[in-house]
Design a protein around this ligand. Structure first.
Ligand code: G6P
Length: 489
């Protein structure tokens, strides 16, 4: 049954996530263009095939008028997407405020906002209210499209209140919730003023999933310590009702990346890059421009490496792609200027008339250009300070079939638990250690590179996004069936 997975499923799957896999740009009163959204959640879910799924979420744009809303709904329907329309005020309070200024930093161990504590505390209530209202708006769209027997799969920290809204509407809905970020230690989580309400809501789901066993364990501890409930090997029990909690490590559709490299556009990019950087080693960083990604620390480590190994100046280049994200949140604006300042200083310090050591781009690349970059670079630097999983590391490995480049990976990314044996693991806060790892990566023997790559490649190509989704949905079906049997006994 498990092997049949989603392919043999007659059920429909309603995926509910804050962001749709495509973001919309208005081109006229009723004209929209759609482009693929950034981020791990989208990258993974795009890799799930052969399933009757619809995706409910926000298109990343404010559409106040009915003509625009109708036109966008029609354009999205072709992509099997259903929009949730959020106005500017709710986006400000729910998305910029509660999600990205409070939950995101807290879940990544950066704590509650430090600056202007009083203002944050004052705004907290109104932002949490907006969060609940926004979750209810997602729930309303689910009710409209739900058919009996559908599986509803809620995603991420934006929608922790959704399982409760859904179950209160119809207790028989099959609801799963999956977190794409770390779930922090209960000692960190318990500082959140709305801690209990959110935990109780998530526990309304039938199945709760995380990327790693550690995150699942932290969640169960939070439920036992904060709510006084019983944690069992299966999950969390509350007055005889079990919420199943487990780890489901995500993956990518590695074939999609390998196939992309056979396309002419990608081959052209590969040739151009090879010519452009001939005679130099190339290191790559691809991140959303987010404080959890540790971009300033990474660049400082590269500076230290050049400082200590001057023979490498002019012989190595770091390409850092920093995709702009959440640009209305002040912390992200500050980070942009901080990164620009450091890059400028290092390029001034180590640049020559013929070359600069860092190429920094504040934008995303199209898919084929990105795959080409993954394929030609010698080293990837994934040095997040914390990261739920980090699929850039997987994408890099998938595209390195022939080159067998080295992956330097943060021990605080979920991916360290799956790619740890093949990657060079680092503590991203320790700049000296990262600088030494850069040297190790650049001078590694081909035997060692080959051995490390083989390990990672085997993992990335076998633990795919498809397997992840199939396992989660099958487990959800089984959990609901078992609960039903228990109530009948
Ligand atoms: C992370 C989150 C996703 C989010 C993505 C992009 O991967 O887990 O839920 O969609 O970042 O962030 P954004 O705020 O642009 O949706």
């Amino acid at each position: 049954f498990r092997r049949l997975g989603l392919r043999g499923m007659k059920q429909r799957l309603l995926v509910v996530a804050n962001r749709l896999p495509v973001s919309a740009n208005r081109r006229g009163e009723d004209q929209w263009s759609l482009e693929i959204s950034a981020g791990g959640l989208v990258s993974a879910l795009l890799g799930v095939k052969d399933v009757d799924a619809k995706w409910i979420g926000w298109a990343g744009v404010n559409v106040p008028d009915e003509v625009g809303q109708q036109a966008l709904t029609n354009a999205l329907a072709e992509k099997r997407c259903i929009p949730v329309f959020l106005d500017e005020e709710i986006v400000h309070q729910y998305y910029n405020g509660y999600c990205n200024n409070i939950l995101w930093p807290l879940f990544h161990y950066l704590g509650l906002p430090q600056e202007d504590r009083l203002a944050t505390t004052r705004n907290f209530e109104s932002q949490f209210d907006a969060y609940k209202r926004a979750n209810q708006m997602f729930a309303d769209v689910v009710y409209e499209h739900y058919q009996e027997g559908d599986v509803i799969w809620c995603h991420d920290y934006h929608l922790m209140f959704l399982p409760r809204c859904l179950k209160e509407h119809d207790i028989n809905m099959k609801v799963g919730w999956f977190l794409h970020t770390p779930f922090p230690s209960s000692e960190i989580y318990r500082t959140l003023p709305s801690r209990s309400e959110l935990l109780r809501s998530v526990l309304c789901a039938d199945l709760v999933g995380f990327h790693t066993y550690d995150y699942a364990r932290h969640f169960v501890s939070a439920c036992t310590r904060i709510l006084g409930l019983e944690g069992t090997p299966e999950g969390v029990e509350d007055q005889g009702k079990l919420t199943r909690v487990a780890a489901f490590p995500i993956g990518i559709d590695s074939d999609r990346f390998k196939r992309a490299l056979d396309i002419d556009a990608a081959k052209r990019h590969v040739n151009e890059l090879k010519q452009r950087f001939a005679g130099r080693k190339v290191m790559l960083g691809v991140d959303r421009l987010d404080m959890i990604k540790g971009i300033p620390q990474k660049i400082l480590a590269f500076e230290k490496f050049l400082e200590e190994n001057p023979e490498w100046i002019d012989k190595v280049v770091l390409l850092q792609i920093a995709v702009p994200t959440r640009t209305d949140v002040p912390e992200y604006q500050k980070l942009t200027s901080q990164v620009h300042e450091i890059v400028g200083r290092i390029n001034g310090r180590f640049g020559t008339l013929s070359a600069v050591p860092i190429h920094h781009l504040d934008r995303s690349l199209d898919f084929h250009a990105l795959c080409a970059l993954y394929a030609v670079t010698d080293v990837a630097l994934v040095t997040s300070l914390r990261d739920g999983m980090n699929l850039v590391s997987y994408e890099y490995v998938a595209c390195q079939g022939s080159k067998k480049g080295v992956l330097i990976l943060s021990e605080f990314a979920g991916a360290a638990q799956s790619l740890g044996a093949g990657a060079i693991l680092v503590n991203p806060w320790n700049i000296t250690e990262v600088a030494d790892s850069i040297k190790h990566a650049l001078t590694m023997t081909s035997d060692e590179r080959e051995k490390r790559h083989r390990h990672n490649y085997a993992h990335v190509t076998t633990h795919t996004a498809q397997d992840w989704a199939e396992t989660f949905v099958c487990e959800l079906n089984d959990t609901v069936a078992e609960a039903l049997m228990r109530t009948r006994q």
